[in-house]
Every structure is written in structure tokens, then in C-alpha cells.
Design a protein around this ligand. Structure first.
Ligand code: SF4
Length: 295
């Protein structure tokens, strides 16, 4: 793991990255790397669906330069974000010789990306798009960029230590089923690389204590992409979660649905046990007065 704090906050547009980055940087005492795309718009270039491969190359180089000239930082976006947008542009435009510019950037990314960040925080799409004068009011495009981002992160995760995505999912899941930040902290405290200050900051942010937003855990499809689902990847043995076959059912799309379904089934089982025990207990009760009347 990179010992320096090189923190990337990634995700599609309008997911709260700037808010989180601006809050985290001063708390952690790290410089904030602002979103490069804003500088590019100020220079008069168009973004997103109207961007060209030259613009994507310029954004990549500026982002790369910013990250290389800061030993530590909190980044409002990252090279992963730049690559997600660029992949959309490349797929939706006819190939020109200038595409070679971008292919050179990809070569740099392949070489450096894995060691570039110490922590990567992914923010999923959870809110309606807030107009910022920069990004389009287009939920389909927002979702498309999100999918590309998740895919890139999945690739990245295969080669890098990105347990933070797992921690995000675990924290959001545990909070959603009613555990307090302190209870969640106590669970993480058992991990070898536990750091109380950083973990408390992450847990309190994700559970909404300091951010005002209680994050929901990722759905099963996203968990699978991260390599975090232990039931739909056959080689990985899961200790107990899902041995009942729920995870193989098409209706199961979210870990919280698994939890609720399991709770309902357990309740039904205990209710029916109580009902079947009731006649015997009544019979027992009806005997007791007779016994007490014995001389
Ligand atoms: S609930 Fe089951 S299918 Fe969904 S992520 Fe968890 S283990 Fe995988």
C-alpha cells in the first residue's frame, strides 16, 4: 500500500464528490486537488458528449501533472474519472489519427495507475442531478459514466489494495441494519491495518453522522463487480451468508433484501414454534391448580 496519503474521490457527476473532497482535505490536513474539467471549460473547451479526444488528453495530462506534483492530496476526481469519460468519447466518435494522443495517455495510466492512490473512495449515483453549469442534466449519461467507473475500479482492484470499497459497502450495510458508528468501529478494530482516526472519519461520514447523508450499500451487481460478492463467484467460499440459496435467486438484487428476507423467515419460524408450543403449555397450566389442591 502507498504509505503517502494520495486520496482519490471518484464517481459519476452529481454524486457529492466535491462536497466530500472539500470537507475531507482540511480535516486530514491535505491539499485539495480541484476538478480539472472546470479549468478546461474556463479555457473555452467543451466537455462530456461534446468533448474531443484532444480535450480528453488535455484533461488527463493536467490531472496527471497535478497528482505527480503533489506527494499527498485529496483529489476531487482522479485519472480513473478521466478514463471513464474518455472511454465514452472514444466509443462514440469516428476514429482519427489524433486518437494516438489518447492511446499514449492510456500507456501512462497502465504504468502508473496501480501505485497512484493510497485510498480510492467511490461515490455511487444516489441523488438527482444538481445543475452546476458544467455537466449535462442527463441521468442516462450519468448512469453510463457510473458503469464505466465501476468497471475501471473493478480492474484496478484486481491489482491494487482497494479494501476501502469493501469497507464502504460493509459500513453502509451495517448502518442500514441498525448498527451504531461505535459498534461498526468495534468490528473494524479487529482488522490488522486498523487506524482509529481514519476509520472513525470514514464511518461517521458514511453513516451520516458528520455528512448528513446516510449512504446505502451497493447492490449485488456492484458488489459482484468489486469482487465483494461471495455467493455469485463460485470459487470463493462464504462462511454462512447465502447458504440457504437466496443468493442464487433472480429476485435478489440487494444485500439488504437478503437481510430482510432472512429476518422475515426467521420470524415466521419462531412464530410457528410458539404456536405449536402453546397447546402443550396450556395443558401444563391446567394441571398445575389440581396439583396445588393435593393434600
Ligand atoms: S446478498 Fe448474496 S448475492 Fe448479494 S452481494 Fe451479498 S452474497 Fe452476493
Amino acid at each position: 500500500m502507498n504509505p503517502k496519503k494520495r486520496i482519490a474521490i471518484v464517481g459519476s457527476f452529481s454524486t457529492g464528490k466535491t462536497t466530500l473532497a472539500e470537507a475531507a482535505a482540511p480535516k486530514l490536513g491535505l491539499p485539495l486537488l480541484p476538478e480539472v474539467a472546470r479549468e478546461i471549460v474556463d479555457l473555452g473547451f467543451k466537455l462530456d458528449k461534446d468533448a474531443t479526444v484532444e480535450v480528453e488528453t488535455l484533461i488527463f495530462l493536467r490531472q496527471y501533472h497535478n497528482e505527480m506534483t503533489h506527494p499527498e492530496f485529496v483529489g476531487d476526481r482522479s485519472l480513473v474519472d478521466v478514463m471513464a469519460y474518455a472511454s465514452w468519447v472514444l466509443e462514440n466518435q469516428d476514429r482519427r489519427k489524433e486518437f494516438a494522443l489518447w492511446e499514449t495517455c492510456l500507456g501512462i495510466a497502465k504504468h502508473h495507475l496501480r501505485s497512484q492512490y493510497s485510498h480510492v473512495f467511490y461515490l455511487p449515483v444516489e441523488f438527482e442531478i444538481v445543475p452546476d453549469g458544467l455537466r449535462p442534466m442527463d441521468p442516462d449519461f450519468q448512469a453510463d459514466i457510473d458503469r464505466r467507473m465501476v468497471h475501471l475500479l473493478g480492474d484496478l482492484e484486481k491489482g491494487v489494495n482497494v479494501p476501502h470499497l469493501g469497507r464502504f459497502a460493509a459500513t453502509a450495510y451495517l448502518a442500514s441494519i441498525g448498527m451504531s458508528p461505535d459498534e461498526i468501529m468495534a468490528l473494524f478494530a479487529k482488522a490488522k491495518d486498523f487506524r482509529a482516526d481514519l476509520t472513525r472519519y470514514q464511518v461517521e461520514h458514511i453513516t451520516g453522522k458528520t455528512s448528513g447523508t446516510k449512504y446505502t450499500p451497493p447492490n449485488c451487481a456492484t458488489m459482484l463487480t468489486y469482487g465483494l460478492c461471495c455467493q455469485r463467484v463460485k470459487e470463493v467460499e462464504c462462511r454462512d451468508h447465502g447458504r440457504d440459496g437466496r443468493c442464487q435467486e433472480a429476485w435478489l438484487k440487494h444485500p439488504l433484501s437478503y437481510y430482510r428476507s432472512k429476518i422475515r423467515a426467521e420470524k415466521k419460524k419462531s412464530d410457528s414454534k410458539t404456536r405449536s408450543r402453546a397447546p402443550a403449555e396450556n395443558a401444563q397450566k391446567s394441571v398445575e391448580p389440581d396439583e396445588s389442591r393435593e393434600p
